[in-house]
Design a protein around this ligand. Structure first.
Ligand code: ADP
Length: 462
């Protein structure tokens, strides 16, 4: 079996399985099986000019090699081009794009630096799997250094339509570098179509059977590989005796009230202000929910050094304060907003104890919370998933209540429908959803991608 090499902006801690999600575990076990290597940033920031030699640690049969970033790498590659240019624009939010020339220079520099270290660790027979938007040009940098191994890329975030993408400074260079891969994987067929449209309209490319896409004198396979979760992990966490106790406590506190839950990183792509407004609409349109239903929103902070994230935090705090001030009473708080990370097993218990899961991003690559909410439900008394049509998960999860997150009345009506849905309909919808989430789980995703990568032909040496 070929050795697997995984590269991502951050590596996971293979020693601590407590907070590691299904993705880290699935990748970790593939590395264990093949004696593989995980390469990425260690999360540390060092002064400019400090040498960035890899730190190599062995975990059983797998190796983790990490490098620090310098302060200017962090500012320009990570906060800059990755999170102020690619992240907003690939989520269709050009208004939040904030470009400086130093950003693209930092992005190129870090990808080149990583390739310098990584090229020495790769053998021709290895399978190299590079993850996400921070590292798009990494294969091109590796090829420049003579790497002939098969290299696949998976984009965890959406791929925007060409009309949006052409506003990204250096988009032509960025997309050309994708052609140094053997396979480029996307979350949904919508992303593949957007990529193909760019290739046809902007790069004079050609599409052939089996996802073969040719441009810039090279051919890659471009396909969707929707990512999944570890269903049993979430299910088991939601059914421990500790979880049972938490759910009982929740039920006692809530008396005969129902809870709607949202769990998201505090990111402007997640549609949180609109979600809060839609909850207000629910209380206005259907006043029987006053004192009967509450929204629990768990939203840990991320990327707080980017101004747009500070803005969204302030907006959300204002909105929850307004709704609670207007509708709340001494014995009822309509919106409970928790601004920190919660242990995964508590999250699973909260999912199970909530009548509806509200997943309403304005745009999302996949959205694993939607799948986790489904996995945590009781088969004989499941809650209802309300899902944005703009989450990648909506391509698959058609039995959810699919909503337009920009239409507050639509979302409020879906909440009301979820709260009133008869048991038989809830069971029927859940049955379809859990079947699909289970079949297309994280292991299936990993196997599908690696099989497709293995099936490509190795590059000829230059
Ligand atoms: P994204 O990758 O954009 O953050 P996803 O929904 O695909 O969105 O994945 C988020 C992951 O982070 C899920 O596995 C979810 O359970 C986890 N998560 C989200 N919020 C929290 C929180 N407050 N505490 C712990 N884990 C969280």
């Amino acid at each position: 079996m070929s050795r697997l090499i995984v590269v991502s902006n951050r590596t996971a801690d293979l020693e601590s399985s407590v907070q590691a999600g299904g993705l880290a575990v699935a990748i970790g076990s593939a590395l264990e099986e093949t004696g593989g290597l995980w390469f990425g940033w260690d999360g540390n920031i060092v002064d400019d000019g400090v040498e960035q030699a890899p730190n190599i640690v062995q975990h059983n049969n797998a190796t983790v090699a990490t490098v620090p970033l310098t302060r200017s790498d962090y500012d320009n590659y990570y906060l800059g081009y990755s999170n102020k240019v690619i992240w907003p624009s690939f989520h269709y939010r050009l208004g939040l794009l904030d470009f400086q020339t130093a950003f693209i220079e930092g992005y190129r520099r870090v990808n080149a630096m990583m390739a310098d270290h990584l090229a020495k660790l790769i053998s021709p027979q290895d399978l190299v799997w590079i993850h996400d938007y921070h590292l798009i040009p990494l294969a091109a940098e590796l090829r420049k250094r003579g790497v002939t191994a098969r290299i696949g890329f998976f984009l965890h975030i959406p791929f925007p339509p060409p009309d949006v993408l052409v506003a990204v400074p250096e988009h032509d260079w960025l997309i050309e570098t994708l052609f140094a891969y053997d396979i480029v994987g996307f979350q949904t067929s919508w992303d593949v179509t957007n990529f193909q449209r760019y290739v046809l309209d902007q790069a004079n490319g050609v599409l052939k059977a089996g996802g073969q896409t040719s441009a810039f004198g090279r051919t890659v396979v471009a396909r969707n590989f929707p990512i999944g979760i570890d269903v049993d992990e979430v299910r088991n966490m939601a059914h421990t005796s500790e979880a049972e106790a938490q759910i009982r406590l929740l039920a006692q506190r809530a008396l005969n009230r129902a809870q709607i839950i949202g769990v998201d990183r505090l990111d402007y792509t997640k549609g949180l202000p609109d979600r809060f407004r839609a909850f207000r609409r629910l209380l206005e349109l259907f006043p029987d929910n006053v004192k009967r239903v509450s929204l629990m929103q768990i939203a840990p902070p991320t990327r707080e050094e980017v101004a747009a994230y500070v803005d969204i935090r302030e907006e959300l705090e204002g909105l929850s304060g307004n709704i609670n001030g207007e509708f709340g009473d001494f014995d009822w708080t309509p919106v409970r907003y928790i601004h920190r990370a919660i242990p995964r097993n508590t999250l699973a218990a909260l999912f199970r104890g909530s009548k509806a899961g509200l997943v309403t991003p304005l745009r999302d690559g996949m959205n694993l919370v939607a799948k986790e909410y489904i996995a945590a439900q009781d088969d004989d008394d499941p809650g209802v998933l309300i899902l944005s049509r703009f989450a990648g998960a909506a391509e698959d999860l058609e039995e959810a209540l699919i909503v337009n997150p920009y239409d507050l009345d639509d979302v409020a009506n879906a909440m009301q429908r979820a709260l009133k849905m008869p048991l038989a309909e809830r069971i029927e919808r859940h049955h379809g959803l859990i079947g699909r989430v289970r079949t297309r789980d994280v292991k299936h995703w990993r196997e599908l991608f690696l099989r497709a990568l293995r099936d490509t032909k190795q590059q000829a040496a230059a």
